[in-house]
Design a protein around this ligand. Structure first.
Ligand code: NAD
Length: 550
């Protein structure tokens, strides 16, 4: 196994063999040695291997979590909140360490990874308010001498199955609220970047969470299927691609669980003729190419309204792409975009460029010809890499500079940013999620056509409109059939105290992630109707055999 040349001892340490975290301690995997490789995508080297849990290992973790939940569920919400307060402080103290861990296994830039940690931290802050969020409702005197109150009780054992693209933020969309509501939790992270989930487990233990209340099981379909079918698991939260989301929803529901399953996306930005074009281009560059397009809220389709808008937009984006800096996410100075997560995914994204050309779209910028470490492109990248000469030092925050030899990023999983023009609905590059740094321009003649293009898509996660016209913005937000909408905001991810979720085939199940919906999802309501007999003072009323009315 090659070593990771960016990997200094101690900081964001990734063990060579990654196991699980059960009952308050790290445990090695034992599923007949079944493992998956972990890479540092900037260097294209394998850095570790992760154990893939067997059904037996998952069942043992469920048993532990079920037992631990009993006492945790009975712990007063105020005390549960205090664990969340300490967890918040520990995340802040370990902010860089978590972000470095993300960059090494995912590839996104260090500042992007730090931003991811902040967005997860905000959900922990929301969960700190759990005593207020669980207050329930009370109606006195609903009948003569009768009171009624409702309370939110924990579901029991909850499980979270998460994608590779936000290894800290998405687990933190789920676990803090589930735990604060009194549940125990089993996290099944992506097998592509599992280390950050294990770091969260250690921080929760340090914060005072009792053993067994938060567990991490690494694995693949075998582990997921066990969580989906075991009767002791009461709720499943999933975030990932649409085919798997649909499977998770169908299988979990068929086994009597509540399920929320967030799926894939194809997010459109409508650009009106009156939009500030420079600001729009800035926004689209970040939204389309940030995190190498591996965001469920990335803008992957721009819909300029009118010929002139389209010409200005495409020319501006092309000029910006010519100087896009692509490199190791821990390089100094920091690039704008890192590598893709695996070589396989990079090749899949490259394959879509051929598909788009074959379908008749115009490939204005071909990311395979651009400058990035190991490429034959001619423009300069961060650190001067390009033309196959990449030997970027990778010296980022807290990262020792590479020694020579295997410190080259030439074999990293890079590709440059691509731009398609004259894409039409019906083309695969428009209908399918590419999940890479590829922006498609679908031209529209007017607002109605633009709206129709967005509403005609099966995915409906996020969208944005760029305009100075209040009426156009208001009409768009009212009529667009998408779950999260931005007005001159390219990535309208709701804050932690609102809920996150798309429509149509971007979400299965009725409740969204984090915010008030998460409290509803991770609790079950119990309504109590009480009457305290006054005994002799009432004289008794005898039996009634008709439906009780107040
Ligand atoms: P993925 O669907 O391949 O994997 C997600 C999780 O499901 C992983 O933990 C994986 O181990 C598990 N899994 C994969 N195949 C499985 C199978 N056959 N049976 C059971 N479990 C299985 O997704 P990914 O590639 O890790 O993440 C990228 C996808 O996630 C994109 O489609 C992106 O749009 C989506 N995403 C959506 C949101 C959202 O909020 N809607 C957020 C982030 C990512």
């Amino acid at each position: 196994m090659a070593t990771d040349p960016t990997h200094p001892a101690g900081l964001g340490d990734t063990p060579a063999a990654i196991g699980h975290y059960v009952n308050g301690e790290a445990v090695a995997g034992s599923n007949n040695g079944r493992t998956a490789p972990i890479y540092n995508p900037a260097f294209g080297v394998q850095t570790a291997e992760v154990a893939l849990a067997s059904a037996d290992e998952v069942e043992a973790a469920i048993a532990n979590a079920a037992e631990a939940q009993k006492a945790w569920g009975a712990t007063p919400p105020l005390r549960r909140a205090r664990v969340m307060f300490r967890f918040k402080e520990l995340i802040e103290r370990n902010h860089d360490r978590l972000a470095e861990c993300i960059t090494r296994e995912h590839g996104k830039t260090f500042s992007d990874a730090k931003g991811e940690v902040i967005r997860g931290l905000e959900v922990v802050e929301f969960a700190c308010g759990i005593p207020h969020l669980l207050k329930g409702e009370h109606s006195p005197n609903v009948g003569a001498g009768v009171d009624s109150h409702s309370m939110q009780q924990p579901v029991g054992v909850c499980a979270g199955i998460t994608p590779f693209n936000f290894p800290v933020m998405v687990p933190l969309w789920m676990a803090p609220v589930a735990l604060a509501c009194g549940n125990s939790f089993i996290l099944k992270p992506s097998e592509k970047d599992p280390s950050a989930g294990l770091m969260l487990a250690e921080l929760l233990k340090e914060a005072g969470l009792p053993d067994g209340v938060f567990n991490v099981i690494n694995g693949d379909k075998e582990a997921v299927d066990t969580l989906l079918t075991d009767p002791r698991v009461g709720a499943i939260s999933f975030v990932g691609s649409t085919p798997i989301a649909e499977y998770i929803y169908a299988t979990g529901s068929a086994h009597g669980k509540r399920v929320q399953a967030l799926g894939g996306a194809k997010n459109h930005a409508v650009v009106m003729p009156d939009a500030d074009i420079e600001q729009t281009i800035d926004a689209l560059m970040g939204a389309a190419y940030g995190s190498a397009g591996e965001r469920c809220m990335a803008i992957s389709v721009a819909v300029p309204v009118g010929q002139d808008t389209a010409e200005r937009l495409v020319a501006g984006l092309k000029a910006r792409l010519d100087t896009l800096r692509v490199d190791n996410g821990l390089a100094d100075p920091e690039p704008e975009m890192g590598p893709l997560v695996t070589a396989e995914h990079r090749d899949k994204v490259a394959g879509y460029l051929d598909i788009g050309v074959a379908e008749g779209a115009e490939l204005v910028v071909d990311g395979r010809q651009a400058a990035y470490p190991g490429s034959t492109g001619s423009a300069a990248t961060a650190g001067g890499a390009g033309a196959g000469s990449a030997d970027t030092t990778g010296a980022g925050p807290g990262v020792a500079g590479n020694s020579a030899g295997d410190g080259s990023t030439a074999n990293g999983f890079f590709i440059g940013g691509s731009l398609f023009d004259h894409v039409r609905p019906g083309m695969r590059i428009h209908s399918e999620e590419i999940f890479g740094p590829v922006l498609s321009v679908v031209r529209a003649a007017d607002f109605e056509e633009a709206l129709g293009i967005v509403n005609g898509h099966e995915f409906a996660n996020g969208t944005a409109i760029f305009t100075r016209d209040g009426d156009a913005a208001r009409t768009y937000t009212e009529r667009v059939e998408v779950g999260m909408v931005g007005v001159n905001v390219p990535i309208p991810v709701p804050m932690a105290f609102h809920s996150f979720g798309g429509w149509k085939r971007s979400r299965f199940g009725i409740l969204h992630a984090h915010g008030p919906d998460a409290v509803r999802f991770y609790t079950q309501m119990k309504t109590v109707t009480s009457r305290w007999p006054r005994g002799v003072r009432d004289g008794g009323s005898g039996s009634s055999f008709s439906m009780p009315t107040m």
